[in-house]
Ligand binder design. Structure first.
Ligand code: LLP
Length: 429
C-alpha cells in the first residue's frame, strides 16, 4: 500500500496534502507517514508472532541510523520496538524518545570508552563487539564500573549480499565484524574475560538486499558456529541476524518481510527441535530501511528550469546535502510532481539538480516531468538514510521534518536557521 497518493489531483501523505505542508513549513522538507511507519514495523512484529510464536522469543531492534528523528523513534517505541544503535548519540536519542535501554543493542567498529561507559551505565541489552581489541577495552571499562557487559560477537560470514559494494558488509574484505574462521577463538577469549558475559551472536551482511538467500546462507553459517560453541559449553541466549531487507525504489521486488521471516524461523525451529529443545534462544533483527524507507518523501520546490543543447535541468531547492544517496551511490529515487497535472507546462526530460557547487549535486537524472518554476516535487523512498546523512555543506541549514498522521501534520524538526550553523564557532581574539 502506498501512503503517498494523489487525491483530487494533488499528492498527499495519508490525508494531508503536500502543498499544505510546503505552505506551512516551506521547502525542502522531509515528510513522514506515521501509518506507513507503523505498518512496516508491524510486518516484522506480526511475522515474529505468526503461528503463535511467543512475542518474547524475538526482538525487532530498529536501526536508528536509518532515521533517528525523535518522533520516528517515539512511534516505534510505542509499538514495542527495540533499537540498534551505533553511537552514544543514538543511545541518547533513544532515551529521549522514551526507549527502554534494556532493548538496545550497540553495533559499530569504533566504540569509544565514553560510549561504552554511557551504554553500561544504562544497562543496555547487548554490545555487538566487532574486534578483539574492542572486547578487551569493553572488559576493562566494565571492570572499572563494577559491571559485566553482555556481548555478541559480530561474525563476518563471508557471504556475498549481492548489493551495492558501499552497502555490502559481510564479505571478508569489509571492515566489519570478526572473520568467520577466527570467531571460535574470539568467543573463547570473550568467555575467559571476567567482565564480559557472552550472550549472543550477531551478523549483518549488507543493506538493500532483494533476495533472502544470502541472509539464509549467513544464518546457516551462524548456526554452525552456535553448534561449535555449544560443544565447548559456551551457551548463547540470542541470535541476531541483522537488518538488510530492501525496498522498492524503482521496480525492484524485494522479498516480503513475512516470507523471509517465515523461512528464517522455519530453519531455526528445525535446528532447535533437533538439538536444543526447550532451551530458549531469542532471535533479534536490526531492520532500518524496510521500516522507514518508504515511509518518507523529500518535498522540494523547483527554482529554475534551464534548457540546453544536450540537457535540461530542473534546479530545485533540495540538494545533495539533503539527500546524499544519488551523489554517493548513484541511487535512484522516484520523483513525483505534487500537482498531478500542470496544464501550463510541457513535458521535458530533466536532470533534477540542487544548488550546490558540485557536478555531483544531482538528485535524479533523465526524468520526464511537466513542471513550471515554483512547482513542488516529491522525492520518493527518502525516509531511510535521507535526513540522517544530511550535512550543512555550502552552509545550508538542514531541512525541516514533518510527520503526518491522517489529516494532521506535525513539525518534528524545525528547519535549521543559518545562525544555528555557526553558533558553535568562534573567531580569534
Ligand atoms: N545493522 C547494522 C549493523 C548495519 O550496519 C545496518 C546498516 C543495519 C543494521 C540496517 O540495515 P538496513 O535494514 O537499513 O538495510 N547509507 C546507505 C545504507 C547504509 C547501511 C548501513 N548499515 C544507503 O543510503 O543506502
Amino acid at each position: 500500500m502506498s501512503y503517498f497518493s494523489y487525491q483530487n489531483g494533488a499528492l498527499h501523505a495519508e490525508n494531508t496534502s503536500l502543498s499544505s505542508i510546503a505552505a506551512q513549513f516551506g521547502t525542502p522538507t522531509y515528510v513522514y507517514s506515521k501509518a506507513a511507519l507503523t505498518d512496516h514495523f508491524l510486518a516484522y512484529a506480526d511475522a515474529c508472532t505468526a503461528g503463535g510464536r511467543p512475542a518474547t522469543d524475538s526482538l525487532v531492534c530498529y536501526s536508528v541510523k536509518s532515521n533517528s528523528n525523535l518522533a520516528v523513534l517515539q512511534v516505534l517505541n510505542q509499538l514495542g520496538s527495540g533499537f540498534d544503535i551505533v553511537s552514544g548519540g543514538e543511545l541518547l536519542r533513544v532515551l529521549a524518545a522514551g526507549g527502554d535501554p534494556r532493548k538496545v543493542i550497540f553495533s559499530g567498529v569504533g566504540k569509544t570508552r565514553d560510549e561504552m561507559r554511557l551504554a553500561l551505565s544504562h544497562d543496555i541489552l547487548c554490545f555487538n563487539v566487532e574486534s578483539i581489541p574492542e572486547l578487551h577495552r569493553l572488559n576493562e571499562v566494565a571492570g572499572e564500573m563494577g559491571k559485566t557487559a553482555a556481548i555478541s560477537l559480530r561474525v563476518n560470514p563471508n557471504v556475498d549480499a549481492k548489493t551495492h559494494p558501499y552497502i555490502s558488509t559481510g564479505l571478508k574484505d569489509n571492515k566489519f565484524g570478526v572473520a568467520y574462521e577466527d570467531a571460535l577463538d574470539c568467543y573463547r577469549t570473550a568467555a575467559s574475560l571476567p567482565h564480559i558475559n557472552v550472550s549472543g551472536i550477531d551478523c549483518h551482511i549488507g543493506s538493500q538486499l532483494l533476495d533472502d538467500a544470502p541472509l539464509l546462507e549467513a544464518l546457516d553459517k551462524v548456526i554452525e558456529l552456535v553448534d561449535q560453541l555449544a560443544s565447548e559449553n559456551i551457551a548463547l541466549h540470542h541470535l541476531d541476524i541483522g537488518g538488510g531487507i530492501g525496498i522498492t525504489y524503482d521496480d525492484e521486488k524485494p522479498v516480503a518481510v513475512s516470507a523471509y521471516l517465515g523461512r528464517l524461523f522455519a530453519r531455526i525451529d528445525a535446528w532447535r527441535e533437533e538439538k536444543y529443545q526447550g532451551i530458549p534462544l531469542k532471535v533479534l533483527f536490526e531492520p532500518g530501511r524496510s521500516i522507514v524507507g518508504n515511509a518518507g518523501v523529500l518535498l522540494t520546490e523547483v527554482q529554475y528550469l534551464k534548457y540546453g543543447a544536450s540537457k535540461n535541468f530542473a534546479v530545485v531547492d533540495a540538494a545533495m546535502n539533503d539527500l546524499m544517496r544519488p551523489a554517493m551511490y548513484e541511487a535512484w529515487h522516484g520523483v513525483q510532481a505534487v500537482l498531478e497535472c500542470n496544464v501550463d507546462a510541457a513535458s521535458h526530460t530533466y536532470d533534477v539538480v540542487g544548488p550546490i557547487c558540485e557536478s555531483g549535486d544531482w538528485l535524479a537524472r533523465e526524468r520526464v516531468l511537466a513542471v513550471s518554476q515554483g512547482d513542488l516535487l516529491a522525492f520518493q523512498s527518502a525516509g531511510a538514510y535521507g535526513m540522517t546523512m544530511a550535512s550543512n555543506y555550502n552552509t545550508r541549514g538542514r531541512a525541516a521534518e514533518v510527520m503526518v498522521d491522517g489529516d494532521n501534520q506535525y513539525l518534528v524538526r524545525k528547519r535549521e536557521e543559518t545562525s544555528d550553523l555557526f553558533a558553535l564557532e568562534s573567531m580569534l581574539p
